[in-house]
Write a protein that binds this ligand. Structure first.
Ligand SMILES: Cc1cc2nc3c(=O)[nH]c(=O)nc-3n(C[C@H](O)[C@H](O)[C@H](O)COP(=O)(O)OP(=O)(O)OC[C@H]3O[C@@H](n4cnc5c(N)ncnc54)[C@H](O)[C@@H]3O)c2cc1C
Length: 396
C-alpha cells in the first residue's frame, strides 16, 4: 500500500461531504460517502452562496447547475433599518467586480452535488460510531455493524460530529442567546416581490432577512430573535407563525407582507464552537461544521465548507498513502486560521446586525454596515486553489 494513492471515506452526506466527494473525484481519487440518514435530504430553507465558493463549484463543472437552481442577487441588495429606511448597499461582487452571489435552496444544493457523483459513491444508513487507526490506514465502525477501512477518513458529520473527539477533546458548544425562524414562501403568493436582491432589516436585538431561492420560484425568509430559554443546538422544531409575526410587529410593512403569507415556520437555536487548535489526527481530519460550526451572520458556514473540500482534494491529489498524515496536517494549517477569523467575525457581525453591545449606538452600527463592503470584497475574492496548490507542491 506504501506506493498507492490514498482512498478516502467521508462521514456525512451534507453540503460539506458531498462537495468534498466531487472535488476529490475530480482529482482522480477513490471516494465513498457514508451518511447516517436512510436517504439524503435537507430542510426547507435557503442559504447564501457567495463568489468564494461559487468559483469552486464552477471549477467542478457545476456552473450551469448553479445557474439552473440558484437565484442571482444584485444591485438592489441592501441593509435597512427596522422601519425600512436605507442604511447601505450589500456587497455582492468580489474585489474584482465578479458577482456570483446566489440564494440557494439547501435541498437543491444537495441535489446538484449528488447529480454529478457516480452512483456507487453514496451509502445511506451508515451512522459512524467509533474510529481507530494505525500507521497505514484508518477505520470507522458503523452502528449497522459494518466497518470501513481507508487511507483517509474525513469527518464531515456536522456540529455534533461523532469523530471530532478522536481529534480533540470534547468541547461545549457556545449558545448565543438567539433563535432563527426560517421558511419559504412561494413566489406566486407575492408576485410583486423583487426577486433580484438580498434584503436585511436591522433592529434592536433582532434582524430579518429575505432573499430569493430556486431560480426565483421561492422567497426565503429568516427572522433572528432573542431566545427565551436555551435550546439544544440541534433543536429545530415547528415555530408558531403568529409568534413570528408578533416579533416583527411595528417593523417595515414589507416584512409583514412576507409574514402574512407564512403558514408554517421552523425555529433553530444558534450555536457555534470556539475555534479548535487542530482539525487533524493522523489519518483523520475534520471538514465543515464538524471542524468549525459558525453563526450564520456572515453567511459563510457552507461556503467555507466548500473551500475546505477544494483545499483537501488538491492537497491529497498527488501524494502517496504514506504521506497522508503530513498532507492532512498541511490542509489543517492552510485552512484553520482563515476559518477561525470568519467564526469570530460572524459573532461580531451578529452583534452588529442585532444592534447589540457597542452597536446600540446606531450611528456606529450603520457606519460599520456600510464599511463592511470592503471586508466582503476580500472574503469573496479569495481563491483557495493557488494556496492549496502551493501547499501540495511543498509536500512533494
Ligand atoms: C440558521 C442557519 C443559517 C445558515 N445560513 C447560511 C448561509 O447563508 N450561508 C452559508 O454558507 N451557510 C449558512 N449556514 C451554515 C451551513 O448550513 C452549514 O455550515 C453547512 O450546512 C455545513 O455543512 P456540513 O456538511 O459540514 O454539515 P451538515 O450540513 O450538518 O451535514 C452533516 C451530515 O452528516 C450526517 N451525519 C451526522 N452524524 C453522522 C454520523 N455519526 N455518521 C454518518 N453521518 C452523520 C448528517 O446527517 C448530515 O447529513 C447556516 C446555518 C444555520 C443554522
Amino acid at each position: 500500500m506504501a506506493s498507492e494513492r490514498p482512498n478516502i471515506a467521508i462521514l456525512g452526506g451534507g453540503i460539506g461531504g458531498l462537495f468534498a466527494a466531487n472535488a476529490l473525484i475530480s482529482q482522480g481519487l477513490e471516494v465513498a460517502v457514508y451518511e447516517q440518514a436512510p436517504e439524503l435530504g435537507e430542510i426547507g430553507a435557503g442559504f447564501f452562496l457567495t463568489p468564494n465558493s461559487a468559483r469552486q463549484l464552477k471549477r467542478l463543472g457545476l456552473g450551469p447547475a448553479i445557474e439552473r437552481w440558484g437565484s442571482l442577487v444584485g444591485e438592489g441588495s441592501q441593509y435597512l433599518r427596522h422601519d425600512g429606511s436605507h442604511i447601505a448597499k450589500v456587497q455582492v461582487e468580489d474585489a474584482n467586480g465578479w458577482n456570483a452571489t446566489y440564494g440557494m435552496h439547501r435541498a437543491d444544493m444537495i441535489e446538484l452535488l449528488v447529480e454529478q457523483l457516480p452512483e456507487d459513491v453514496i451509502h445511506c444508513g451508515y451512522r459512524g460510531i467509533d474510529f481507530f487507526q494505525n500507521e497505514k490506514s484508518a477505520t470507522v465502525i458503523f452502528e449497522n455493524g459494518e466497518k470501513v477501512e481507508a487511507s483517509v477518513i474525513v469527518a464531515a458529520d456536522g456540529i455534533h460530529s461523532e469523530l471530532r473527539p478522536f481529534v480533540y477533546p470534547p468541547s461545549t458548544p457556545v449558545f448565543h442567546g438567539t433563535i432563527s425562524y426560517r421558511g419559504l414562501v412561494h413566489r406566486e403568493k407575492l408576485p410583486e416581490w423583487p426577486m433580484d436582491r438580498w434584503l436585511m432589516w436591522a433592529g434592536a436585538s433582532k434582524h430579518f432577512l429575505v432573499f430569493p431561492v430556486r431560480n426565483g420560484k421561492m422567497i426565503n425568509y429568516v427572522g433572528f430573535v432573542p431566545a427565551d430559554k436555551e435550546m439544544r443546538e440541534s433543536w429545530s422544531a415547528k415555530g408558531d407563525p403568529d409568534q413570528l409575526r408578533a416579533e416583527f410587529e411595528g417593523w417595515d410593512p414589507k416584512i409583514r407582507e412576507v409574514l402574512e403569507q407564512v403558514d408554517q415556520t421552523f425555529r433553530w437555536a444558534l450555536y457555534d464552537r470556539e475555534p479548535l487548535p487542530t482539525w487533524t489526527k493522523g489519518r483523520l481530519t475534520l471538514l465543515g461544521d464538524a471542524a468549525h460550526p459558525m453563526l450564520p451572520h456572515l453567511g459563510q458556514g457552507a461556503n467555507q465548507t466548500m473551500e475546505d473540500g477544494m483545499a483537501l482534494a488538491i492537497i491529497l491529489s498527488s501524494i502517496e498513502n504514506s504521506a497522508v498524515p503530513a498532507a492532512l496536517a498541511a490542509y489543517d494549517n492552510l485552512r484553520r486560521e482563515r476559518v477561525a477569523e470568519i467564526v469570530l467575525g460572524a459573532r461580531q457581525n451578529g452583534l452588529r446586525v442585532d444592534s447589540m453591545s457597542e452597536y446600540a449606538d446606531l450611528n456606529k452600527r450603520d457606519t460599520e454596515l456600510a464599511a463592511h463592503a470592503d471586508f466582503r470584497k476580500q472574503l469573496y475574492a479569495y481563491d483557495v486553489v493557488p494556496d492549496a496548490e502551493a501547499t501540495a507542491a511543498a509536500l512533494i
